[in-house]
Design a protein around this ligand. Structure first.
Ligand code: MCA
Ligand code: AMP
Length: 505
């Protein structure tokens, strides 16, 4: 095959009038229409001088055109680098610098801030607004609805997805065509996706969950998606009757359960709800079953690995577990101290190997070597065990990470900002339980002697530097941080002390 990713997911639908995207306004886009849009964009990218292997960074609202941009990258062999729309210009600057992106696509409003930054880095800029307007589609309109697909191999890079790190520096996870394709095919089979499926898509498309898990699986099956701009309870309830499947983060399901209209009859025609990106409380799983009769299928993945495990489609979907390793994925529970595999039932660090596992971090060979073993096993940083029935349970994290509403937040990144503020000697950022987001961010500050840090000024500085979802929802001032005898901050003590700030238990 000339270009496995494009040919398998997109090209094989050429000429198909079957629906691909159902839009909230009642319109729809067929596979043929979507491929034509993608080919025009591909023509434009090529005219702008982009070549296979070049990086294209996109910080754009979810829209059919934004999804077609992904297809256009596959067709031209350009490496797709999607960015969370919540990222500030400061955050985006780092991604552009680090990736060496040659084209940045942002919305019209973002151009003022990003234009000069991109220009300074030698990157071109194009705009794409939520309604599909902007210079990208204007340029695309001049091109043909067919494009000669670039020759690429399964080991060539398809996407670069940035994931924060415990050092506070984001790393670009290099995902090859094979990484994406193998996972899409396995999930399609495991979850029984067919061309009859209609997926209710309300996830963002700048992360693995909404872009690869949801979209690639639908494409691999030739199904359709109801493509909503974002998660919204009313919109979900409105469109649910036309859907057969839905994928979500736990916050989606707790918000739906908080609405009495979400009940058995509203979901009776659905065949599958899946959950991931953050732990689904067993209590949510049970409440969902009691209310609707559906057992949510929980699975576990990472940006670096795509999906690793899944509860079974047929068989017991056990609350509080993430199921079994997927076909083709090897999973070990290891002693974090020496990497030795532990006996069944013991808690250790999860390591995974398979075609799903990424190629390493972009231009960070040392980071890659720290997390990706020579034998191909990737050290996830998640702590878990394999129970007596073979189900994997995630019981904690070896890495200092907060997951809020499915978004990952690395405390170090916030601590670096807090530590810089006037009057702050040091800080510790922790995650505490939150009824809506699962976890939320709390900043603990120690003032410099005789100083009183200005909370408003600190939050303003956080607003400049960090995306809104990373902002501390509460700042606490302490005389000193609890430390162990080695001098290490004991975040567990802080988490215990402030654990009920938002849950009131
Ligand atoms: C929005 N806000 C958030 C979050 N989202 N704050 C903390 N955590 C969040 N996740 C901010 C908003 O900016 C707003 O700020 C305030 O919180 C309330 O906004 P709200 O309207 O309630 O939020 P929303 O727009 O409804 O968004 C919540 C959401 C969304 C629907 C849960 O965050 C979401 O779609 N999450 C999915 C994330 C996801 O796809 N993760 C997959 C990563 P203000 O105070 O200014 O109003 S991929 C992954 O993890 C791996 C590979 C995997 O296994 O899948
Ligand atoms: P990301 O870096 O955004 O790819 O997030 C990956 C992390 O999300 C994993 O390392 C886990 O800590 C967490 N995660 C994903 N799915 C689940 C799940 N079903 N249960 C618990 N944690 C999960």
């Amino acid at each position: 095959m000339a270009n496995p990713l494009y040919d398998t997911l997109f090209g094989r639908h050429a000429g198909s009038d079957a629906p691909f995207l159902h839009l909230p306004d009642g319109g729809q886009i067929s596979y043929a229409g979507f491929l034509a849009m993608a080919a025009r964009i591909a023509g434009h990218l090529s005219a702008l001088g982009l070549k296979p292997g070049d990086r294209l960074a996109a910080q754009v609202a979810k829209s059919p055109e934004a999804l077609a941009l992904y297809a256009a990258c596959a067709q031209t062999g350009v490496v797709f680098l999607p960015l969370n729309t919540a990222y500030t210009p400061t955050e985006v600057t780092y991604f552009l610098e680090n990736s060496g992106a040659s084209l940045v696509i942002c919305d019209g409003a973002g151009r003022e801030a990003l234009g000069p930054i991109a220009a300074g880095l030698g990157a071109q800029v194009a705009t794409l607004n939520a309604d599909g307007s902007g210079s990208l589609m204007e340029g695309a309109a001049d091109h043909s609805e067919t494009f000669p697909t670039a020759e690429r191999g399964a080991d060539d890079l398809a996407a670069l997805l940035y994931t924060s790190g415990t050092t506070g520096r984001s790393k670009g996870a290099m995902l090859s065509q094979r990484n994406l394709l193998s996972n899409a095919q396995v999930l399609k089979d495991e979850w029984r996706f067919t061309s009859d499926d209609v997926l209710l898509h309300c996830l963002p498309i700048f992360h693995t969950h909404g872009l690869f898990v949801a979209t690639n699986v639908t494409l691999a099956a030739g199904g359709a998606m109801i493509f909503l701009p974002k998660f919204d309870v009313d919109a979900v309830l409105h469109h649910l009757p036309q859907a057969t499947t839905m994928m979500g983060v736990p916050t989606f399901y707790t918000r739906l359960l908080d609405d009495a209209r979400f009940d058995g009859p509203a979901t009776q025609h659905m065949r599958l709800f899946t959950s991931g990106s953050a732990p689904l409380l067993a209590e949510t799983h049970d409440r969902f079953s009691a209310r609707t009769g559906h057992a949510i299928l929980e699975r576990y993945g990472m940006t670096e690995t795509n999906m690793n495990t899944s509860n079974p489609y047929e068989g017991d979907r056990r609350a509080g577990t993430v199921g079994f390793p997927l076909p083709g994925v090897e999973l070990k529970v290891c002693d974090p101290a020496n990497g030795q595999e532990l006996p069944q039932g013991e808690v250790g660090q999860l390591e995974v190997r398979g075609e799903n596992v990424f190629q390493g971090y972009w231009q960070m060979p040392e980071k890659t070597a720290e997390e990706l073993r020579e034998d191909g096993f990737f050290i996830t940083g998640d702590l878990g065990l394999i129970d007596e029935r073979g189900y994997v349970q995630i019981v904690g994290r070896g890495k200092d990470l907060i997951i809020s509403g499915g978004y990952n937040i690395y405390p170090k990144e916030i601590e670096l900002v807090l530590d810089e503020q006037a009057g702050v000697l040091e800080s510790a950022v922790i995650g505490v339980p939150h009824p809506d987001f699962g976890e939320t961010v709390v900043g603990v500050l120690v003032p410099e002697a005789g100083q009183t840090p200005d909370a408003d000024a600190i939050m303003a500085a956080a607003g400049e530097a960090l995306a809104r979802f990373k902002h501390p929802r509460k700042l606490i001032v302490l005389d000193e941080l609890p430390r162990n005898t080695m001098g290490k901050v004991q975040k567990n003590i802080l988490r215990e002390r402030y654990g009920d700030l938002f849950t009131g238990e």
